[in-house]
Each structure stands twice: as C-alpha cells, then as structure tokens.
Design a protein around this ligand. Structure first.
Ligand SMILES: C[S@@+](CC[C@H](N)C(=O)[O-])C[C@H]1O[C@@H](n2cnc3c(N)ncnc32)[C@H](O)[C@@H]1O
Length: 396
C-alpha cells in the first residue's frame, strides 16, 4: 500500500455523517457513491451496484460478506466468458490471424483484469484503528493488516478498505508465515506484502548452472526483491554482495530473508539500480520485470517495466560499474517477444548500444500452471516462453 496522501471516505448512516480513512492497495480513489449493504443483500443486487460504480459498505456477518464477494466473482466470470466467446466468433468470422491479434489480446486481458479488480473492490469493510472489524464472526487480522498497510495514525479512528484488499493482506501474511519453498536451494523464501514473490523460480537453476567469473570478489544484485538471488550468490561463496532495490518493502523483506538464512555478508541499499560508494562489480545479476507495459497499481511494479526503463537503465549503466573482466547475468524471459511487446532485434540492439557482447546464454522452460492452460487466450505465447540467463561482458 503506497499511500502518498491520506484520503478519506464519507457516508451517512443513522442520520449521521461518518468519515473514515480510505485505504486502497490498487491506489483506487475513495468511492464517489457508497451505500450500506448487509446479509439481506442479494448477489444480483450487489453485482448490479458494483457494475453501476456504487461501492457497498458491509454491515452484518463477515462470512456472508465473503460469500457475497464470491458470488459477485462468479457473475463477473460469466460475463467475461460470454465476451470471450463473442471475441472468438468475431475473430473466426473475420479470419483474424491468431498471431496478429496477440498484442490486442494482451491489452484486452489486462483491461479485463483491471475491470474485475475495480468491480471486486466495491465491497468494503470498516475496521477500527487497530484493524478490528465489528462484523459478526470476523476473525483476527490485525497483524496481517499492520504488515500490509502499516499502523494507522492516532487521529484515524476507523478505516475503510475493500474486502479484496483485506484478502490480499491475509494471503501475503500466509506467504510470509509459510514461505515459498525453493527446492534447488533447499530453503524457503519469505515474501512480504508488496514484494515480488518468487513463486515461479525456474531461473534459480540457471544461476546455479552459470560458471562463476574467474575473479568474483564483489557482486551486485540489482532489484533484489526478497533477496533470493543474493542468497544464491552467497551460497556460491561470493564474499561481498551488495543488493539494491527501489522499494523499501523489498529491502526490509530481503533483510528478513538474509537473517533467516543466517547471512550477514550482504549489504542492502535503497537505490535506483546501482549502489553508490561501492567497489566495481565482478558480477552484476539482475532479474528485471519481464514485461514492458505500464504498471496500473503499486503491486504491479515488479511485473511491468514501462518502456523497459529498468532493463535499459541497467544495460546503459553496466560498464561504468563493472570491473575489467566483469560479467552481467541478466535473467529475462522472452514472453515480451511472444506478446510482440519487444522484438529480439531490439533487445540485441540495446546490448550493442551499451557496449556489451554476449558471452553465453543459458535457457530454461517454465513449468508453472499458466504456461499449460489451454483456455488462456494467450496460451500460444505463454506455452512458448523461454527464460534465459544472458551472460554479458564488455565488448572487446
Ligand atoms: C522481477 S522483481 C525480481 C526480484 C528478485 N531479484 C527475484 O528474482 O526474485 C524486480 C525487482 O526490481 C525492483 N526494481 C524495479 N525498478 C528498480 C530500479 N530502478 N532500481 C532498483 N530496483 C528496481 C522491484 O522493486 C523488484 O523488487
């Protein structure tokens, strides 16, 4: 939750005007129209209100609120399925070539996801200043909310947030407690709320397989997230590792993971790409967000890199920070190429412009569920995805 400025939501209830601090993980504005709903509200009514842009503040039973959200989700899914069928029959009647339609499909899929998130975010809950809900049968979620949204200020007596954001905070708390097992390393990584969770981590194998540069006293991990790649480097015996990230949540999370792995050799810096006051690097590893598209919410910043800003910044700045025989290990999937958001030639031209040449490349195929889902309109692109470790060095 990146709350730049505090925002408030107002509504009238029992002839009183109420107001509460507004929280939104997706940076949605406070609702312009808000009505009170309860256990008697039907799913059809709630769905109609959500589609009409009206937010609903729930009064009643917590579990009924959750069931109402599930019922709204089913209605949204049915509408999505109908429009997908219409799209398929239109494409068939106009003989639109599948491959030509891919960039449109990607943008449509993002719009559908954003619309779904807007509709689902219209069911709201009010919590008191300690994140305690007055709804009947409401469980304890104070710890998850503090981890996700931070403690509320004293003057904020209550807050309002979407049921969906509360579920996001509870899901993140679950990951943080259980961890994500990384088989190749024989350990678990504990992601925090708002930090890239390495649930698909086939690229760890690539990092373990790449031969270390001859001299490898100092390595940087740029955009460390949970700290996963820095941990791989430390396990490979690199003595000095400097990990950076722009996101302060990532730095706290990486620190937590280093402590759990009993690593005290990694230095952390909040930095835009490269660390400052650091020795030149013998190795720079970076796993930037893979898709060049505009993030639409703070939580999307680790997935989308608008106009490949991070990737190009990394390549352009690399030689200034690299020791003479140093190497860059760039982890990148080619999904952006299959989605026609970037071409291979464009990527190769960025290497050349940055005075870098390719020493070798290691590839792996993803095995995650989404790459096998034949009902996904982007199945053709996703099933052909290859994730690579590009080893780049200074041009001779
Ligand atoms: C795809 S995640 C990778 C995280 C981690 N290295 C891993 O492989 O699991 C990309 C990370 O880069 C960070 N990031 C994005 N832009 C950055 C920048 N300009 N400087 C430093 N970090 C950045 C994001 O906050 C995010 O943690």
């Amino acid at each position: 939750m990146i709350a730049i400025e505090k925002q408030y939501v107002q509504w009238s209830e029992n002839n009183d005007l109420h107001h509460a601090r507004w929280l939104s993980a997706s940076a949605h504005l406070p609702p312009a129209r808000l009505v009170l709903v309860d256990d008697k509200t039907t799913a059809d009514e709630a769905y109609r209100l959500a589609c009409a842009g009206t937010s609903m503040l729930y009064r009643g039973d917590f579990h009924n609120a959750r069931q109402l959200l599930q019922a709204i989700t089913r209605r949204i899914e049915r509408t999505e399925q109908r429009s997908e069928k219409r799209r398929l029959s239109k494409a068939a009647s106009q003989s639109i070539e599948k491959s030509k339609d891919i960039p449109n499909l990607f943008h449509q899929q993002r719009q559908t996801t954003a619309q779904r998130s807007r509709l689902l975010s219209r069911l709201l809950l009010e919590l008191d200043a300690d994140y305690i809900s007055q709804l009947r049968r409401a469980p304890e979620f104070n710890k998850a909310c503090i981890a996700a949204f931070g403690a509320l200020d004293k003057e904020d007596k209550t807050c309002v947030l979407s049921f969906r954001d509360l579920q996001g905070a509870l899901g993140a708390a679950g990951w943080r407690d259980k961890g994500v097992p990384i088989k190749a390393l024989d350990l678990s990584i504990f992601p925090h709320y708002g930090v890239f969770a390495p649930t698909r981590h086939e690229y760890v194998q690539l990092l373990l397989a790449a031969p270390s540069p001859d001299d490898c006293a100092t390595a940087y991990d740029i955009g460390t997230g949970t700290g996963l790649l820095a941990i791989v480097l430390a396990q490979r015996g690199i003595k000095q590792i400097i990990a950076t990230d722009l996101n302060p949540r990532a730095l706290t999370c990486a620190e937590d993971n280093f402590e759990r792995s009993k690593l005290d050799s990694v230095q952390l810096q909040q930095a835009d790409l490269f660390p400052t006051d650091a020795p030149l690097a013998n190795l720079i590893v970076c796993n930037p967000p893979w898709l060049p598209a505009k993030p639409t919410s703070p939580l999307e910043y680790s997935v989308y890199d608008e106009q490949s800003k991070m990737l190009r910044g990394l390549l352009q700045g690399a030689t200034q920070h690299l020791a003479e025989q140093g190497e860059i290990w760039l982890i990148l999937s080619d999904l952006a190429e299959h989605l026609q958001l970037r071409s291979r030639d464009e990527l190769l031209s960025w290497f050349i412009d940055a005075d870098l040449s390719i020493k070798y490349r290691l590839d792996t195929e993803p095995k995650h569920g989404r790459s096998q889902d034949k009902t996904d309109p982007l199945y053709a692109a996703r099933s052909n995805e290859i994730t690579s470790l590009w080893c780049l060095v200074r041009k001779p």
